[in-house]
Design a protein around this ligand. Structure first.
Ligand SMILES: Cc1cc2nc3c(=O)[nH]c(=O)nc-3n(C[C@H](O)[C@H](O)[C@H](O)COP(=O)(O)O)c2cc1C
Length: 182
């Protein structure tokens, strides 16, 4: 990984969003610059202020906010990124990305990335969601493209109280996978 790589982190709405704080810290510690995009649902789990404090950059949640210094937000962010890491990746955003849907800032930025820029996806969800045949189809679809690197969720106790495959991979494992792809 370049010492000062630009890491764009997408955060979706799931309990595992708290672990993404540690992931941001790992990238910052390694000398990278980090910018965070949160879905609306993600802001219900961790505040933008937390990611702003950890990354030292403003956090992006909305596509349509007008700021003086910016022209077109999704293009600026897409051009800036050396890699985009989405952690946790929700079932919802996974399906949107697999189908080219661009209905919020995160999905639009992902779609607008340069074709050489990799997207590392770290899903986290209930095991039934992970095993849902529609989600499996969307996972299969994403895996067809070199651009998308999908980490399998880990097995263990899930936030919903059950046990199974659905835990977000550990921040250090996501960090290591990102390093290999810049
Ligand atoms: C307490 C709680 C935990 C949730 N955890 C997850 C999760 O781990 N994975 C997931 O895919 N959805 C989870 N959801 C549902 C998502 O937040 C919901 O599908 C949302 O629309 C996702 O939006 P986003 O993809 O824009 O972040 C959870 C919802 C709640 C209320």
């Amino acid at each position: 990984m370049k010492k000062k790589a630009n890491i764009l982190i997408g955060v979706c709405g799931g309990i595992a969003a708290y672990k993404t704080c540690e992931l941001v810290r790992l990238f910052i510690k390694s000398g990278s610059a980090v910018k965070v995009i949160m879905s609306d649902a993600a802001t219900k789990f961790v505040t933008p202020l937390t990611f702003q404090s950890l990354s030292g950059n403003m956090v992006y949640c909305d596509m349509f906010t007008v700021l003086e210094e910016e022209s077109i937000r999704h293009i600026n962010l897409s051009d800036w990124a050396d890699i985009c890491v989405v952690a946790p990746l929700s079932a919802n955003t996974l399906s949107k990305v697999a189908n080219g849907i661009c209905d919020n800032l995160l999905t639009t930025v992902i779609c607008a990335l340069d074709k050489k820029t990799k997207v590392l996806l770290a899903p986290a969800m209930n095991e039934n969601m992970w095993n849902n045949p529609i989600i499996s189809e969307n996972v299969k679809k994403l895996k067809k493209f070199k651009k998308y690197i999908l980490l399998d969720p880990a097995k263990g106790a899930l936030a919903c109280g059950s046990y199974g495959q659905g835990r977000m991979p550990q921040p250090k494992d996501i960090f290591t996978a990102a390093k290999k792809n810049i």
